[in-house]
Design a protein around this ligand. Structure first.
Ligand code: ZN
Length: 150
């Protein structure tokens, strides 16, 4: 498959990012969103997709520094002695931002493992948000694929 470089708006840095382990195919989806109201207004919130609805089911675990792009995991989400999953995700996401924004790449490497960065897409048939790597590659969600017999 042709390597496709997705565009990133580094000024906003907002969006839905899926990171996929190239070797195992495992993937996690994250959302970076700037709060527009409330007591966290102006802060960039970093969340993990933990449910089946890829527009709603996010759990926030960190703030992103607007200028440096560094990701600060909330104290209660950190591990005791060893890194929590959230701290590992923060490192991966930071590497993903660096690779895509600074190098124009769509992959990055951590500890010898290669990961793919996939920006959320929209289903070409129904317009729903797509975050699953396979759906993003095809630009069509699972339900609509049945319609096209793919
Ligand atoms: Zn669809």
């Amino acid at each position: 498959m042709a390597k496709e470089i997705k565009k990133v708006d580094f000024n906003a840095r907002e969006g839905i990012w899926t990171l996929q382990n190239v070797e195992t195919g495992e993937h996690r989806t994250f959302r970076i969103m700037r709060k527009r109201r409330g007591n966290l207004e102006g802060k960039f919130l970093v969340s993990l997709l933990r449910g089946s609805d890829n527009t709603e089911d996010y759990t926030a675990f960190a703030f992103m520094d607007e200028n440096a792009g560094s990701i600060h995991v909330w104290r209660r989400m950190r591990g005791n002695g060893k890194k929590s999953a959230y701290e590992v995700y923060a490192i991966m996401l930071r590497a993903a931002l660096d690779a895509t924004v600074n190098d124009g790449a769509d992959t990055f490497e951590i500890a010898g493992r290669q990961y793919r960065v996939i920006l959320a897409d929209f289903c070409r048939r129904c317009g729903r948000t797509l975050t699953n790597p396979e759906s993003c590659d095809l630009h069509v969600g699972p339900e609509c694929r049945k319609h096209y017999n793919i």
